[in-house]
Design a protein around this ligand. Structure first.
Ligand code: ATP
Length: 313
């Protein structure tokens, strides 16, 4: 599938290789960023809802989606259905291999479904011009790369025309303005090979800031599984809550601090949606969720100011 993906990116392959050499990051990771840049040909602009109000947040619906990566492989989605209204935060949780990250790949149309439909704002994504679809989406992958240039280069990489004001705005939104003030050369500080001068939490927020600079209507965030300190954990939580006020945010969540914030949680297991609800509802209602909350989330979350025991089980 990776080779197919590269084939699909045949046009920007030269710049991809250049960029990978220059910045010394993996081609797979950089391909997604280059792709985003290549396809950002038009700003989808404000979308008006039924009442005529401007609504930038995209509504997302999966309707009985079936999918396998290749014909000889088993199905990964066996009829996945869920509805996400515009704005707010929706968390996807479930055991490893449940099909959570695949949801994002399908929304981006990196792959085609083999059954069912995916709708954005009520329109089948197969009917959207691909450039317009992808310009609407900001995708922060689990190990989204920070490149070895300056912080500014890292941010404007996928939005080269972004002005100084826009850069400053996303820095504030991603809670990185304090960091910039502390860095010796501010935005022009070289942040090191693969961003090694930044903490894990800062790297993830740089990736979010980069995605926000393209003004998406839908933000897909595949949360890193690595441990964050309490300060970074809270910063991430604040950023997501803030962004979700005007942009639809979907998160593959690995942290209790993230799921407790979610407006709705979609529990996936074995390529199906087994339950949808808030944290409090699911702890009561869904044994698998209770187990995940008690083990997966709590185990990886040095949470401050959160209930220590989430699961009723
Ligand atoms: P995790 O929490 O471990 O990331 P997940 O719920 O996000 O798991 P997916 O990444 O969506 O699960 O993967 C679902 C299934 O699809 C897994 O069995 C995985 O091995 C398989 N899979 C994922 N990507 C590919 C691919 N590119 N080609 C073939 N199979 C894949």
């Amino acid at each position: 599938a990776f080779l197919l993906f590269l084939f699909y990116l045949i046009e920007p392959v030269t710049s991809l290789v250049d960029a990978a050499t220059q910045y010394q990051v993996g081609a797979a990771a950089i391909a997604r960023i280059v792709e985003a840049e290549r396809l950002e040909t038009e700003d989808p602009g404000p979308v008006k809802d039924a009442s005529g109000a401007v609504n930038r947040a995209a509504a997302v619906e999966f309707d009985e989606v079936r999918f396998r990566y290749r014909e000889e492989l088993p199905y990964v989605h066996h009829g996945v259905s869920f509805t996400v209204p515009g704005a707010g935060m929706t968390a996807f949780v479930g055991p490893s291999g449940a099909g959570k990250t695949t949801v994002f790949g399908l929304i981006e149309r990196f792959y085609e479904t083999s059954g069912g439909r995916i709708l954005i704002d009520g329109r089948d994504i197969r009917e959207w011009p691909l450039a317009e679809l992808r310009a609407s989406i900001g995708y922060v992958e689990q190990d989204a790369p920070v490149l070895s240039g300056t912080l500014r280069e890292n941010l404007v990489f996928a939005a080269p025309d972004a002005g100084e004001d826009a850069v400053r705005e996303v820095l504030v939104r991603a809670r990185l303005d304090g960091l910039v003030d502390r860095l010796p050369d501010g935005l022009d500080t070289v942040v090191g090979h693969r961003g090694s001068k930044l903490s894990g939490g800062e790297r993830q927020r740089v990736a979010i800031a980069r995605a926000l600079l393209r003004r998406p209507r839908l933000l897909l965030l595949d949360e890193a599984t690595s441990q964050l300190d309490a300060v970074n954990e809270m910063a991430l939580r604040d950023v997501v809550a803030d962004v979700a006020r005007e942009v639809t945010v979907l998160v593959v969540a690995h942290r209790l601090s993230t799921v407790t914030l979610a407006d709705r949680i979609v529990v996936m297991d074995g390529g199906r949606v087994r339950a949808v609800g808030t944290h409090a509802e699911l702890v009561e209602r869904d044994p698998l969720y209770g187990e995940l909350a008690a083990t997966q989330f709590l185990a990886s979350a040095p949470v401050v100011g959160e209930p220590r025991q989430a699961a009723g089980a």
